[in-house]
Design a protein around this ligand. Sequence first.
Ligand code: AMP
Length: 187
Amino acid sequence: MSETVCVYCSSSDDIDDKYFDVAEAMGHALAEGGHRLVYGGGQVGLMGRLAESVHESGGAVFGVIPEALRNKEGVAYDVADEMIVTGTMQERKAEMYSRADAFVALPGGFGTLEEFMEVLTLKQLGYHHKALVLINTDGFYDALIEFFGQLYEKKFARERHGDLYHLADRPEEAMDYLASYRAPQEA
Ligand code: AMP
């Protein structure tokens, strides 16, 4: 069972409402499932909606934000139950990584991709065996999955490593996956 779930997601406020709906559903599902949220500590974009939704459903929000972002007006989610301020983005990622039992990426941009690719690479190398889920809202990640296919085909990555993450259409499906997930050494 994944007690603390790290969610990576967009910091953009300009994206379609359907993505905010997914962030909201994710937040409610996490809290209702008794999971604690660890995330980038922002109140912007999907991050903000996610954190608010966890709180709406009575869950706990743990943010990790670098000093430079915390000092920017309107970026940090000031009502988080706990907020760690790190010196750098790298320290922030390490903090989120070490506190999480599982990782979920909602639709996002470069930041989300970078965070997801890092935990995927670490799992590939055997540094951890935690669950990884991509929420593929309306096929948002189809192009990325197709590109992964090219990596397998051209032998830049091993096809069996496609099992390192799970693609879920919706947060509810992600929660089912997390509930049934067994790390390889436990399987
Ligand atoms: P992006 O997908 O490029 O919008 O970046 C979002 C991801 O990067 C989040 O999961 C955060 O951890 C981090 N991030 C990027 N921008 C911000 C921000 N303004 N405030 C907090 N975290 C951010």
